[in-house]
Design a binder for this molecule. Structure first.
Ligand code: ADP
Length: 841
């Protein structure tokens, strides 16, 4: 009855294609691949093999501009003839104030009844009424109504699409009348399904949606993570952008209505507009920030800024106005320019050399392509296929993916820039380092040169002191020597007066000699030239030797030296024996000097907490506490203790330095008018038994010395040879030997003459000065040692070179003794006698 081809008495609906097309872009209509094409008739044959049919070309329609027509009017012969065939798959009438009626017939050719579902997927249609003939009252119709003006729970079937349940009896022809009305763009794609197939299809769609939202969720999480790490707003805008896409897709499929706001027709009505505007709003925001259009493309940026403001206003206004249709129209007009404008922006930015714009361009290309493919499908330009129909959703997926890649690319570009900056910083640092190294090398060289100069100056100073000492000692040798000769000449004794005066000469000479020694010592210490040879030694031995030396001085002042050391114990320390003796003598000498005549000076060695402590206690005037630190300063003498006591104030300074060089400590305790106690302490050492034995034997003559001395058969024991260029010294020694008629002294002024005299006369002992006019005393020794005739003859050095290193070098090079000038008579004769006695033994 509806298959009449009525003339087009009712004008074709005014289809506003542009708006219709663009709005359509955002409705992702997911249709089954099983949709079958059918003949263009207002009927649908649903046999058992047909799963579904699109009503599109299989229906007729009628516009009802008054919206007053009833089903009775529609089925009346007068109106029924005005229906016209619908020759497109997709019924779309744009924004219209009219109501539309559709009619078709569904035919069941099979002898079994069928359960059917009529589906309409666009969720925002205000009202869809289905009229089915009432089998109980022929001529009457049963009406079912759905639409977005009704809360979700009123729907007969709990589904995001609008659905109607139908039953088709065996071999039945079921006429369908549908009335649709909407203030929004009117697009109402109807599909009739076999119920079972519809639910299968619905499950597939749920899977497709799950996939879509899953991808979106991963993208959001991933971008959010990068945002948290980078704090770059681009990532935040991108998150909002894809959230808007997800929300728009969900809203356009009725999913938001079902799951998010099922009771709110208020939101159901306006969220579509809000989502479309939000996509454009965040898309523009992202673009401006990502491509830095404000700086690079200021004109386009102004346009983008206007779009940004427009969409912001639309979003706000959507929640304030009661009628959102005008806003929907604004949004749809704007959306026509949206993708092309952003595409052009990306293109210009890329042309300007912005590498990050590559993926951005791809993103908008894919969304533009997607939109147009969907539009052309809806316009029936492209063949009807569900993938093509959903191209816009797929386009957005690619859009989001490419923008995500663009952001990743940006990360890469940033990293490259950072690496470049790092490299530049590294290069700059390297060059600074090189410069610094050059500078350091230069400075080091300068410092080395300065040090060399300082060392040379030091050396020169030491040499000067050494020379001075030598030069002073040589005449001093004469002064002291002859004074001593006069004082000890028993053949021509001096008168009392002469003896007193000669004693003064002798004492003054001694004083001068001590002064030279002290000055030399302190300068050596200060220039670091003072060499010490630390070895494990017995403190007791050195104390004994020092006590012998000091005993004469003590006797003179009638001072008793009391040794309180426990003789059963041994006291080993690591120190230089020579220096230790010097220290001990200094301290005891001071105690003797600064104690009243007839008093007692107590010395003692003790062991305390792993230390060996040596103390010297006197009963002198003592030292005030405030002066205790002063006495160790060079050339400091305390007024209260000065009276009648010789000294220059260097002794304690030298003592402290020597103690410290040998890792010891010096302490002083004093009570004024009661006395002072000076003590020194060193770590206790533990010699192995073997070395201890060696050390105790050290004082005995060595085997070579003994054998040298034992070689007396070839030498004349009475002949002593003295090699000395200084006449006064020669005469002085000759005078000494005059007191020993048993000995014959031969003298030579040069080294070479000395060596030939030695070969000629085979003296039992040879005395030699070190500084000779031709060869040195060391060379004399060398030549004598090189000759078998003289190699065993003991050679004694007699020199004014009296520094410790001179003495050390002398002893090392093979002199049996190293006597320093001024030369004491007894000292010389004792040494000679000792050697002669050894020879005899
Ligand atoms: P010197 O004895 O040649 O003056 P020192 O350096 O040995 O030089 O001593 C510095 C000063 O310390 C002495 O002048 C003296 O005033 C004081 N002094 C040193 N030892 C004692 C002591 N045992 N008793 C009192 N005063 C001392």
């Amino acid at each position: 009855m509806f298959r009449q081809n009525s003339p087009l008495s009712i004008s074709r609906p005014h289809v506003r294609q542009s708006t219709k097309t663009l709005l359509a872009c955002f409705f992702l209509l997911l249709f089954s691949a099983n949709v079958l094409a059918a003949a263009n008739q207002a009927e649908i044959v649903l046999d058992k093999n047909t799963k579904s049919h699109i009503l599109g070309t299989h229906m007729e329609f009628l516009e009802d501009p008054t919206k007053n027509l009833t089903i009775q009017d529609i089925t009346s012969a007068q109106v029924a003839s005005k229906f016209i065939p619908h020759n497109k798959d997709f019924p779309s009438f744009g924004f219209t104030e009219s109501a539309y009626w559709y009619r078709t017939e569904i035919i069941n050719p099979d002898p079994v009844s069928k359960k059917l579902i009529l589906e309409e997927v666009i969720p925002y249609i205000d009202s869809i009424k289905l009229f089915l003939p009432d089998p109980a009252n022929p001529g009457d119709f049963i009406t079912t109504e759905v639409g977005d003006k009704k809360p979700f729970h009123e729907r007969e079937i709990d589904h995001h699409s609008f659905l109607f349940k139908l039953t088709l009896e065996p071999n039945q022809r079921l006429p369908l009348f549908i009335r649709v009305e909407s203030r929004a763009a009117l697009m109402t794609p109807f599909t009739i399904w076999q119920a079972e197939d519809f639910y299968k299809h619905s499950d597939n769609m749920a899977f497709a949606f799950g996939l879509f939202y899953g991808i979106m969720a991963v993208m959001i999480l991933y971008t959010f993570y990068i945002y948290m790490r980078m704090k770059d707003n681009n990532y935040l805008y991108f998150i909002f952008f894809i959230c808007s896409i997800a929300m728009m897709v969900s809203t356009s499929h009725g999913l938001s209505y079902k799951f998010l706001w099922p009771e709110s027709t208020y939101l159901a009505e306006r969220m579509q507009v809000v989502c479309i505007s939000a996509i454009q709003f965040f898309g523009v925001l992202f673009t401006r920030n990502f491509l830095s259009t404000r700086l690079t493309l200021p004109r386009i940026d102004k346009l983008l800024h206007s779009l940004f403001v427009l969409h912001l206003l639309v979003i706000i206004a959507s929640f304030l106005v009661s009628d959102v249709i005008p806003l929907a129209k604004v949004t749809i007009v704007a959306v026509q320019f949206y993708s092309p404008i952003l595409f052009i922006t990306g293109f210009l930015s890329w042309r300007m050399g912005n590498k990050a714009a590559r993926f951005y361009l791809l993103a908008w290309t894919s969304s533009i392509i997607g939109s147009y493919v969907t539009s052309f499908t809806l316009l029936n330009v492209l063949p009807y296929h569900f993938i093509l129909l959903n191209a816009v959703a797929i386009g957005f997926l690619f859009d989001a993916t490419f923008l995500s890649l663009a952001l990743a690319d940006r990360l890469y570009v940033l990293r490259q820039e950072r690496d470049k900056a790092k490299q530049m910083a590294h290069d700059a640092l390297q060059s600074a380092k090189d410069t610094l190294e050059d500078e350091v090398t230069k400075r080091t060289r300068e410092l080395e040169e300065a040090k060399k100069e300082a060392d040379m100056a030091n050396q020169a100073k030491t040499q000067f002191l050494s020379h001075m000492s030598h030069e002073l000692r040589t005449p001093l040798n004469g002064i002291l020597g002859f004074a001593e000769l006069l004082l000890t000449d028993k053949e021509a004794p001096l008168t009392e007066n002469q003896e007193r005066n000669t004693n003064i000469i002798h004492d003054s000479g001694k004083h001068l000699n001590a002064l030279i020694d002290d000055i030399l010592n302190i300068s050596m210490i200060e220039t670091g030239k003072m060499s010490v040879n630390p070895e494990v030694i017995s403190f007791r031995d050195d104390l004994d030797r020092a006590l012998v030396v000091i005993s004469t001085q003590a006797k003179k002042r009638k001072i008793q030296l009391h040794d309180a050391t426990d003789l059963n114990d041994s006291y080993w320390i690591t120190a230089d024996s020579l220096r230790l003796r010097q220290i001990i003598i200094n301290l005891i000498s001071n105690a003797v000097k600064y104690s009243p005549e007839g008093s007692v000076v107590t010395v003692a060695l003790e062991k305390r907490a792993g230390k060996v402590v040596f103390s010297v206690k006197d009963s002198g005037k003592g030292i005030a506490e405030k002066n205790l630190c002063l006495i160790f300063e060079p050339f400091t003498r305390l007024e209260e203790n000065k009276d009648g006591v010789d000294g220059v104030g260097i002794g304690l300074a030298i003592t402290r330095k020597l103690v410290e060089i040998m890792n010891g400590r010096i302490l002083v305790e004093s009570i004024v008018n009661e006395g002072s106690t000076f003590s020194i302490e060193f770590d206790e050492a533990h010699p192995d038994p073997l070395s201890a034995a060696q050390i105790s034997e050290a004082s005995l003559p060595t085997e070579s010395q003994t054998s040298a001395r034992g070689n007396g058969s070839e030498t004349d024991p009475s002949v002593i040879l003295y090699v000395e260029d200084n006449k006064a010294n020669q005469v002085y020694v000759q005078h000494i030997f005059k007191r020993r008629p048993d000995l014959k002294l031969l003298c030579s002024e040069t080294g070479k003459e000395g060596v030939s005299l030695a070969l000629e006369h085979n003296p039992s002992i040879i005395l030699t000065d070190i500084l000779l006019p031709d060869i040195s005393g060391h060379e004399v020794l060398k030549e004598l040692k090189a000759n078998p005739a003289t190699e065993a003859t003991p050679v004694i050095a007699v020199s004014a070179n009296a520094t410790s290193s001179d003495i050390e070098t002398g002893e090392k090079s093979g002199f049996v003794a190293y006597l320093t000038k001024p030369l004491g008579i007894a000292e010389l004769l004792d040494t000679i006698d000792n050697l002669l006695n050894c020879n005899e033994a």
